[in-house]
Design a binder for this molecule. Sequence first.
Ligand code: SF4
Ligand code: F3S
Ligand code: FES
Length: 265
Amino acid sequence: MTEHRITLLPRQGRDAAPPARVRDGERLTIKVLRYNPADPASVPHLQRYELEQSPGMTLFIALNEIRDRLDPSLQFDFVCRAGICGSCAMVINGRPTLACRTLTRDVGPEIVLAPLPVFELIGDLSVDTGKWMRAQSERLAAWVHLREDEPDLTRLEQRMEPELAERIFELDRCIECGCCVAACGTARMRADFVGAVGINKIARFRLDPRDTRDDAAFYELVGDDDGVFGCMSLLACHDVCPKDLPLQTQIAYVRRKMAAQGFGG
Ligand code: SF4
Ligand code: F3S
Ligand code: FES
């Protein structure tokens, strides 16, 4: 059984734990890139907030404190506070990551926050990753293509080797936070690039024995420059993924399979 670590960010690469940079009671300065695209008078600018570092403070706590005590107009997203929903991703000191899993003591005393690039900006730190992810899922037909149109729900569930189920689960852990897309140079240049998140999905459905699609069908979806051949192996996606998905391996694997398919199957 694979062990899945939950770590508090940030990390340099995947494993290094940074030393605490701020002690409890010390001052934190949080600068937020603010802009409201719905307001014609709004101009992008950095707004500065001062807070006191408290024990165990995460950026989720800090931003809520700012909104409660200092500035109710500040926009940002959180749902689960546990690294599960993916909604709190933002650029923290230049690195896309999850705010709810980031301790302020590790990234302070001065913290600069910006919204994820690539995705549609709603306002301040809030972006619409859902719209992007949904369009991408529809484009990749990211669901199991069963043999029958209507699955028979009264039938016993289909058996699967535990090892294979575990390999599929490993890739299914993606929370669609968008960090890999925001960190990717290709995604910044190509609006239709499927990104590591999309390539990972193809790898996931390719593994699934219930999915009837073959490599020719997957090639139709990602066998071009907006798909796996647009990836320049920059690997920032792999470095920033907060769920530690094996993106580097999956991208290389899908690329090899799609290249073989392109050269004649
Ligand atoms: Fe987030 Fe990782 Fe999924 Fe990309 S692959 S959307 S970084 S969880
Ligand atoms: Fe982008 Fe990752 Fe490829 S950062 S270029 S999808 S290796
Ligand atoms: Fe859900 Fe951070 S609030 S991942």
